[in-house]
Design a protein around this ligand. Sequence first.
Ligand SMILES: Nc1ncnc2c1ncn2[C@@H]1O[C@H](COP(=O)(O)OP(=O)(O)OP(=O)(O)O)[C@@H](O)[C@H]1O
Ligand SMILES: [Mg+2]
Length: 372
Amino acid sequence: MARILFNHVYKRYGKYKEVAVKDFNLEVEDQEFLVFVGPSGCGKSTTLRMLAGLEDISEGEIYIGDTIVNNYPPKDRDISMVFQNYALYPNMSVYENIAFGLRLRKQPKHEIDLAVKRAARVLEIENYLDRKPRELSGGQRQRVALGRAIVRTPQAFLMDEPLSNLDARLRVQMRSEIISLHRKIGVTMIYVTHDQVEAMTMGDRVVVMNRGVIQQVDTPEQVYNKPVNMFVANFIGNPPMNFIDGRIREEAGKLDFHTNRFKLRLTEKQAYHLRKENLVDMTVVLGIRAENISFDEIVMEAFPDSVLTGILQFNEFLGSDRYYHMDIGTEQTLVVRAHPRHHYDDGTKVTVALDMNKALFFHKTTGVLLTD
Ligand SMILES: Nc1ncnc2c1ncn2[C@@H]1O[C@H](COP(=O)(O)OP(=O)(O)OP(=O)(O)O)[C@@H](O)[C@H]1O
Ligand SMILES: [Mg+2]
């Protein structure tokens, strides 16, 4: 049983009691794979370190199972952690470093040997078992730290950016190793990253943080498709969601989103929400992802009331997709995803259609999502 619960947890650092984590409330289910994601300095490591017992909790309680662990030392929390700044024992070989925790627990030698070798194979460090940490590259050291954590089966694994020093290929490979490790041993896992792709591909649920405050806790699909505010919409997904400022106007009983260059017809559902919030004649922000905008005639015929024209500035070819950056005469540019077979020259004037069913509307000042 390793349900983990954060109850109104705060962290204040230093003389000025600066708030690093604010009113953090979260229930992590037993065996869940949860990812904390957010920009640098948003409080991810601090939260994890409070759970591991490496940092005092300024206010609130943390439960592991049914026990409040606030005053438990790290060793009594039965948690295995891989740090952002991993520390290996410099005088021990790679083998000894990985085996260390198991030896402390007095496991039989042959079991330790099996566990270490299995971990080394998975992490592709079998050939370095006799070396000292100083004889390894940063990425190899990081894998030793990972190995030391995964030979144990604790109540929970905490991983703080454990792949940050690896090259792109190893990163993807280790990502799937960690996912399959989790499937196999079914232990509760909290994984910290500032990489939203890592968060989306690994987590059962994702916790998006900003400035010490949880913004949204949801499945990857939900944070991508239904971000609760503009911060999440901007942080999750690459390219980030397009935002356009405009005013809501009523015409013959229908609502339109107006800029000084074009207008887009709202769906009935969107109109319902914006009316309810008294936002007719007010400025709001329309959000739409690059893949929900199209150059195709068929889409334009399907959405004749939501087309707009602009000038292509430049495009990015990514192999499977091509992203066009388009000047639409407002302050914000629009990024449009297209199949790579499309090729327009920079400077071309083009018309695109927006799939308004996929458009979201946000409050101009608070950034909160207004529609669903
Ligand atoms: N020991 C400390 N004393 C004072 N302030 C600290 C301390 N450790 C962290 N902070 C501050 O707390 C905030 C959160 O830091 P934290 O390390 O949790 O961020 P993070 O989300 O892990 O960022 P990163 O992605 O860069 O690792 C930051 O503003 C940081 O400057
Ligand atoms: Mg950190």
